[in-house]
Design a binder for this molecule. Structure first.
Ligand code: 5AD
Length: 371
């Protein structure tokens, strides 16, 4: 296969995606990176959309064998941010003119939790409307699998984006990573519910899981295309030593994981073109410039942590997750300098909705809110 020819193609086959994911020569990686960046610029432009990320609770009813906040990890001190704590994170996000917030937590389906989320979403909408942003902050939720009715309540409260990772599109691998209560089909059903309600949907996978193959990853990319997702958040798998998968992952190679993560971002950009792709913290864990590298391989979204520092240590999904004080002005200024050094800048005071969703809606006969 000829890389330059493949990179010129409009659509890539599974075999071609595998070929790209198997690249190792620096010269080839450089070509891939340049093509991914060009695709980003052609479809979206060079702006970076920022979302303030609030990890507001680590209580979780799931027992995923890779995740540090799994129910069975008794070493993890559990927390739920109070409404005032969440709103003070939101104040910081408004002050920074980020325009979008992501509320993420462990998975709970009890009424108290659902009502709490609804109330928080409504309150954020109410307090964030101003002259510059008459529609208030854009709100993304990432609180796991819920019923259709719950998703509808979240949407009616004012959330308009939802992140729910498929983790892997290989149903056998999925089964081996999750408890028997967590069915692969349910995850897909939830993504469809969210789409039907009108949410912009985001999904993603972990990259480099033990026993995951390059074909699996190529299938993940095709899965995203097939599901017509609007947003993508993927990151390398990183062992957490208080989890069943973490203790057996002793041949972990950070350099390879990082490269594979970057190649996945690039190939996702080439295939999915106009979706929003996040450069995730997991990349930063593997390399201090990992997040910038993700942007250079085609990502266009960054989610600085707005979670209060005292809780961050209890939201460690994997080992060595950086506990950086991103509310510190010096850290924020450095981030902006890093962006400008690679010819990019932050799009302030705009929700930064995925172009993919906007195009989809423009061609759909049914009018939906949040035009
Ligand atoms: N390594 C990398 N990502 C992880 N996540 C959970 N545990 C790990 C890990 N050990 C990711 C999952 C989840 C998201 C919130 O964090 O993909 O959906």
């Amino acid at each position: 296969m000829d890389l330059s020819e493949i990179l010129k193609k409009e659509n890539l086959s599974r075999e071609e995606i595998c070929f790209i994911l198997n690249l190792t020569e620096q010269e080839d990686i450089d070509k891939l990176q340049a093509a991914a960046l060009q695709t980003l610029y052609n479809n979206i432009g060079n702006y970076i959309y920022i979302r303030g990320l609030i990890e507001f609770s680590n209580y979780c009813t799931c027992d995923c064998i890779y995740c540090g906040i799994r129910k069975s990890n008794q070493k993890n001190e559990r927390f739920l941010l109070t409404k005032d704590e969440i709103l003070s994170c939101v104040e910081w996000i408004i002050e920074k003119k980020f325009a979008s917030v992501v509320l993420q937590s462990g998975e709970r389906r009890d009424t108290d939790f659902v009502e709490y989320v609804v109330d928080i979403v409504k309150t954020i909408k109410k307090i964030s409307r101003n002259d510059a942003m008459p529609d208030g902050l854009g709100i993304t939720l990432a609180v796991g699998e819920q019923s259709f009715e719950t998703y509808q309540k979240f949407y009616e409260a004012g959330a308009h984006r939802y992140l729910l990772r498929i983790e892997t599109s290989n149903s056998h691998l999925y089964k081996s990573l999750h408890s028997s209560q967590q069915a692969f089909e349910d995850r897909i059903k939830c993504l469809k519910y969210l789409q039907d309600i009108g949410f912009q949907i985001g999904s993603g996978v972990m990259i480099g899981l033990p026993s995951q193959t390059i074909e699996d990853l190529a299938n993940d990319i095709l899965f995203f295309k097939n599901m017509d997702i609007d947003m993508l958040g993927m990151g390398p798998f990183i062992p957490h030593f208080d989890t069943p998968l973490g203790v057996i992952s002793n041949n972990f190679d950070a350099k390879n994981q990082l490269l594979l993560g970057l190649k996945m971002i690039a190939v996702a950009r080439l295939v999915l073109k106009d979706v929003n792709i996040a450069s995730t913290t997991a990349l930063e864990t593997l390399h201090s410039d990992g997040r910038i590298m993700g942007l250079q391989f085609g990502a266009n979204v960054v989610m600085p942590q707005a979670t209060p520092n005292k809780y961050k240590k209890n939201y460690l999904l994997y080992n060595k997750k950086p506990v950086i004080d991103e509310q510190d002005d010096a850290v924020f200024e450095k981030m902006q300098r890093d962006f400008s050094n690679i010819g990019r800048s932050i799009a302030f005071e705009t929700w930064g909705d995925p172009i993919h969703f906007q195009r989809k809606k423009a061609s759909s006969p049914i009018a939906t809110p949040f035009a």
